[in-house]
Design a protein. Structure first.
Length: 312
């Protein structure tokens, strides 16, 4: 990631949450607290080295509670975002509600949402001391706040894929929803009411890379894969039409299909486009030496701690 930051200056690195801990099932046992907390610190140290720009809060990031998350956020070189998460005692937002980054002259506004539905159990210790604002109402307020100040608005969503789709149908003004929690890969992301909806699978096995190409001042994009598919279709239609012995009824259908494809190509010509890639993060990738050193130190320390006591 650090090499990518150095080679591509116009890049924004963001995450939609659930970075610090395993999937929450029950509170961490007391004898595991130190190792679990140290691992979370190691992850933040690694993300600092990778040059992350921003992180949204996920429900699993609250595994050790709000006070731990507030402390570890102060050690990050990038802001933690959550626009609808409030402190129960003060009624104030726990984390930064939005971020504006200028990249290659483009003002990008980011905000984050966390679903209260992931804390439905009355015994869930993660929600202690927390209040959640409505995600829909918060999204509408954030768009009103960011619209005059930015050229593009990105929501880092920890609502789940179904709720991302629902929000895209309801709230206007967002350009990209980069979602988490559900843990699915969307190599061909849906576009709902001009909102690109992204998501990559969980467990740190994949990374998503969205490239935006601007040809005009509009904030509407189409998938470049659509153009490639249409161009291939036109080529195929032409080849078929130039063949001998095609029945006239089929030839007529091919002409109509070709005309429709060419009409769509003309409509998207000169418009902004996006490409999306899901990158598999595999063991053969080059390790960052500083991160590798930190991991080895963590493993050595915790192996020593976990060493069984010899019987006397």
């Amino acid at each position: 990631m650090r090499e990518l930051r150095e080679s591509e200056k116009g890049i924004l690195v963001a995450d939609a949450g659930d970075l610090l801990f395993k999937k929450y099932v029950h509170p961490v046992p007391e004898n595991d607290l130190t190792a679990v907390a140290e691992k979370a610190h190691l992850i933040i140290e690694s993300f600092n080295l990778m040059g992350y720009d921003v992180m949204e809060i996920g429900d699993d990031d609250l595994t050790l509670g709000k006070e731990f998350l507030l402390r570890i956020a102060r050690k990050a070189n990038f802001p933690f975002l959550c626009s609808n998460l409030l402190d129960e005692a003060s009624g104030k937002n726990l984390f930064q509600t939005f971020l504006i980054k200028e990249i290659n002259g483009l003002r990008i506004g980011l905000f984050g949402l966390l679903s209260p539905d992931f804390f439905s159990s009355p015994t869930d210790s993660r929600k202690k001391g927390l209040i959640f604002r409505s995600p829909i109402e918060t999204a509408q307020a954030m768009v009103r706040e960011l619209k005059p100040k930015t050229d593009l608005i990105i929501l880092l969503s920890h609502l789940g894929y179904a709720k991302d789709m629902e929000l895209a149908q309801t709230v206007q003004g967002i350009n990209v929803i980069s979602g988490g929690h559900t843990g699915i890969n969307l190599p061909y992301p849906p576009v709902i009411k001009n909102i690109i909806i992204l998501q990559t699978a969980s467990r740190g096995m994949f990374g998503g890379k969205l490239d935006l190409s601007f040809y005009n001042n509009e904030s509407v994009f189409y998938n470049s894969a659509t153009r490639t598919s249409l161009e291939n279709n036109v080529k195929s239609y032409n080849e078929r039409l130039n063949s001998n012995g095609i029945p006239e009824a089929e030839r007529s259908q091919l002409r109509k299909a070709k005309e429709e494809a060419e009409r769509t190509l003309n409509q998207i010509r000169g418009k902004n486009q996006f490409t999306n890639r899901i990158i598999t993060l595999h063991e053969q990738m080059k390790e960052d030496p500083d991160i590798q050193k930190a991991i080895e130190t963590y493993k050595t320390r915790n192996q020593a701690t976990d060493k069984p006591v010899s019987p006397k």
